[in-house]
Design a protein around this ligand. Structure first.
Ligand code: TXA
Ligand code: MG
Length: 318
């Protein structure tokens, strides 16, 4: 039986909190993407997240909290981490920090690491759910492992409808890409996953910063193939191939595609980010032979968009 999708009224948020406290899974909107939530202090509930997503056990989860004050119960904050939260929380920035020995968090959430990734989401429904639950909530993106991320409640139902007790609906998520994961547990700050807070914004705060793509170990979950639709994905397309559908960026698109959707006609990266996953889903239909995507500039949110697109286009692992 598929989980109910319910508009996120205060009464429904209260019901969702009760479900979480009883160990069930609840999907909820954040400003980035929909999350598949569990009480982060309940080992069995966190295990159910891994089962529902088909997620490898070596891939740790992000723990969501209301604020820095709450986060300090679970992770050891250094001065850089405090500066980052002062500037970007609540918001789309997750910090990997040493886990406190007395955190009480599920061990599975960290997947055996001695760090924990933590963030305070800005979305009012996520904040209300956290307050009502009174516990930290572990929440990966609400898609099956390796598939396209869910930015609408209906996408969550398609992906995980059988595994969640309730899907809180508050429409399309505004940012549309996952949070930036910033590792502040080592000697120098390192971006493990580009996302809603840009490298430029972080550089302003910290100076030059280690970006992904270097030889450093990455977020354990950053598999080469991810965000994958059923159709093959071709990047930097400047010409049509027979039967392909195009995701266009900028005012003019090359001719002869079997279909076109505009990520952003005006070339706005924030608009393209917000549209990306929903459009990847919409064009993923057997009437097309493949999905072509026009070049996206590699700056600002374009870095995170291109990161997701490269993984969507990568050879599938099976
Ligand atoms: O925007 C988001 O971050 C969304 C919403 C729901 O908050 N969540 C999300 O979670 O994208 P997930 O599980 O799909 O991605 C979490 C990423 C993975 O790449 C994981 O490997 C990395 O964060 N991560 C989690 N804990 C970590 C840790 N302790 N050290 C390094 N990377 C970690
Ligand atoms: Mg994910």
């Amino acid at each position: 039986m598929s989980a109910p999708i319910v508009p996120a009224s205060p009464a429904v948020v209260e019901r969702a909190a009760r479900l979480l406290l009883s160990g069930q899974l609840v999907a909820f909107p954040t400003e980035t993407v929909y999350g598949l939530g569990a009480d982060a202090t309940n080992e069995r509930a966190v295990a159910a997240i891994f089962a529902a997503k088909g997620r490898p056990r070596f891939n740790p989860l992000i723990v969501h909290v209301t604020s820095l004050t709450e986060a300090e119960n679970f992770a050891v904050f250094n001065p850089d981490a405090r500066r980052a939260t002062a500037r970007f929380w609540p918001g789309p920035l997750s910090l990997a920090l040493p886990r406190r020995a007395d955190s009480g968090l599920s061990l599975l959430a960290s997947a055996g690491l001695d760090t924990i990734a933590i963030r305070a989401p800005a979305h009012p429904v996520a904040q209300a759910l956290l307050r009502e639950t009174g516990r930290p909530i572990a929440a990966p993106s609400a898609n099956r492992s390796g598939r396209v991320t869910a930015t609408e409640a209906a996408h969550v139902a398609e992906e995980l409808g059988d595994c969640v007790a309730l899907i809180l609906d508050d429409g399309r998520t505004p940012v549309g890409l996952e949070s930036t994961v910033l590792d502040l547990s080592g000697e120098v700050p390192a971006v493990l996953r580009p996302g809603g807070i840009t490298l430029e914004q972080l550089t302003e705060l910290f100076g030059p910063i280690t970006a992904p793509g270097s030889a450093l170990p990455k977020a354990p979950g950053m598999l080469a193939s991810h965000y994958a639709p059923a159709l093959p994905v071709r990047l930097d397309a400047v010409e049509a191939r027979p039967g392909e559908v195009l995701l266009a960026f900028g005012p003019s698109a090359p001719p002869d595609f079997a279909g076109v959707l505009w990520l952003s006609r005006s070339g706005d990266l924030a608009e393209a980010a917000a549209n990306l996953f929903a459009m990847l889903r919409r064009v993923d239909q057997p009437l097309f032979t493949g999905i072509a995507v026009m070049p996206i500039p590699e700056h600002g949110l374009g870095r995170a968009i291109n990161d997701r697109l490269r993984r969507a286009a990568a050879p599938r692992e099976g």
